[in-house]
Design a protein around this ligand. Structure first.
Ligand code: ARG
Length: 460
């Protein structure tokens, strides 16, 4: 009666080839879903009892034994067996070994196809909730910098060329916005993850009188995957999740790159916390931003995982195909990678210090106030294109004279526009340029202050 695997029925006339066993196993990675697998099985058994398919006592025995197995896995006592292929059959076989026929009833009205999807959905749901918390921590770290760096002016760039002056908190809140979109995307994705595939069985459903709503509710799912064929084949929820992870990683990589640049002698904008830097084995002076570099580098793995999943699911006919077993390694790696990046990002953000003197010493470089001056001319009635051309000429002149715009004498301004008077000096210089901003969403100090307040409320 006992066979090498619960899935090997009497139809076979030979044992599986050892090489095939090794080739087809997934226990080496899907063991990570043991908790979800046991949770799913307990809910399924309880539903079967509610439907009088199992007796209450049978469901009770199954639950107790599965709970024991969970404890054994957690204490490292449980022996995973490759010949049992995956987490589902490893657990089920031990249940059968201990309970005999009662154990053999657990798989009633269920298939590994709906089981592995249910486990993955539960696993991803937990992961999304952890990721949301880590993203909130990172936002809080940026928000805490807003107090620390209140009133600090730094250059902002387009094309990595100096563009306009902004308040440092405006930078920090830009990151809060990006990570908020990441959180919102994850929350939206979670709605589709949080549907129950259990009870769709292999691909067509079951003739047994199961109650899918019952098991879904027990597992905290918000609804059911409607179509059993779709359910058996669907991995959209993994594609979406890993896409969300990819945008997080890409956001992290841009920030990492920015701070790597800022920490160079050439920029000299930021001091990274030494606990988050490493040295060189040959150059004693080096304090390298390896955490940021690895954050940038690990993004490749996350986007690679998305690519893997997209290609994996391309061209698959309905319904379950064994290809889908390959979904877990990229999923796990993407989640692990992004979690590990986020875990170090928040303390690094908190521990870094802007090099205020060094930033301030070069704020007058790059004509950060040129656009403000152009807008001053527009306010005095000049058409934008005329003002743009005129300021370009002034910038050229100032460059030739090696001075800032505010250091040009009034005659120079008047040689471009005779109506100009002393009041031009009221808007020149980065401090005045920042004060001059007005539009919603700009770096205007009042706007930034109200955004900081808003974010404090949002994150509290
Ligand atoms: N190890 C398989 C996986 O992870 C379990 C599903 C097997 N289903 C099947 N019809 N062979 O995808």
């Amino acid at each position: 009666m006992s066979s090498s695997s619960p899935s090997r029925s009497g139809a076979f006339d030979a044992a599986v080839d050892k090489r095939v066993e090794k080739f087809t196993e997934s226990i080496s990675f899907d063991h990570r879903m043991y908790q979800q697998d046991i949770r799913g099985s307990i809910a399924h058994a309880q539903m079967l009892a509610d439907q009088k398919i199992l007796t209450a006592d049978e469901a009770q025995q199954i639950e107790a034994t599965l709970t024991d197995i969970k404890g054994e896995i957690e204490s490292g006592k449980f022996q995973f067996r490759q010949e049992l292929e995956d987490i589902h059959m490893n657990i089920e076989q031990v249940l059968i070994d201990r309970l005999g026929d009662v154990g053999r009833k657990l798989h009633t009205g269920r298939s590994r196809n709906d089981q592995c999807s249910t486990d993955a959905r539960l696993w991803v749901r937990d992961a999304i909730d952890r990721l949301d918390g880590l993203l909130a921590d990172l936002q809080a770290a940026f928000l805490s910098r807003c107090e620390l760096d209140a009133g600090v002016i730094i250059p902002a760039y387009t094309h990595l060329q100096r563009a306009q002056p902004v308040l440092a908190p405006h930078y920090w809140l830009a990151y809060c916005e990006k990570y908020q979109r990441d959180r919102d995307r994850l929350a939206d994705c979670r709605r589709r993850v949080n549907l129950c595939s259990l009870g769709t069985a292999a691909l067509a459903g079951t003739t047994l009188p199961i109650d899918r709503e019952n098991s879904a509710k027990r597992l905290g799912f918000e609804g059911l995957v409607a179509n059993s064929l779709d359910s058996s084949s669907d991995r959209d929820y993994l594609l979406e999740t890993v896409f969300c992870l990819s945008t997080i990683a890409i956001h992290l990589s841009g920030w990492a790159e920015e701070w790597i640049l800022w920490s160079t002698v050439e920029f000299d904008f930021i001091q990274l916390p030494h606990e988050f830097c490493t040295g060189s084995s040959i150059m004693p002076q080096k304090i390298n931003p390896d955490v940021l570099e690895l954050t940038r580098g690990k993004t490749a793995r996350v986007v690679g995982s998305l690519q893997t999943l997209l290609m994996l699911t391309k061209g698959l006919p309905l319904a379950y195909n064994r290809d889908l077993q390959e979904d877990k390694p990229p999923l796990f790696d993407a989640v692990d990678t992004v979690e590990s990046c986020l875990e170090v990002a928040a303390p690094l953000v908190e521990g870094a210090r802007l090099k205020l003197d060094s930033i301030a010493a070069r704020l007058d470089r790059g004509f950060l106030d040129a656009t403000t001056l152009m807008e001053y001319l527009i306010k005095r009635g000049l058409p934008q294109r005329t003002a743009h051309h005129l300021i370009g000429g002034l910038v050229k002149l100032a460059t030739e004279k090696s001075v800032t715009l505010s250091q040009l004498p009034l005659e120079d301004f008047q040689s471009f526009d005779s109506s100009l008077d002393e009041s031009v000096y009221d808007i020149l210089g980065v401090d005045k340029a920042v004060e001059a901003f007005q539009s919603v969403g700009s770096t205007a100090p009042a706007m930034v202050a109200s955004q900081v307040d808003l974010w404090k409320k949002r994150l509290s």
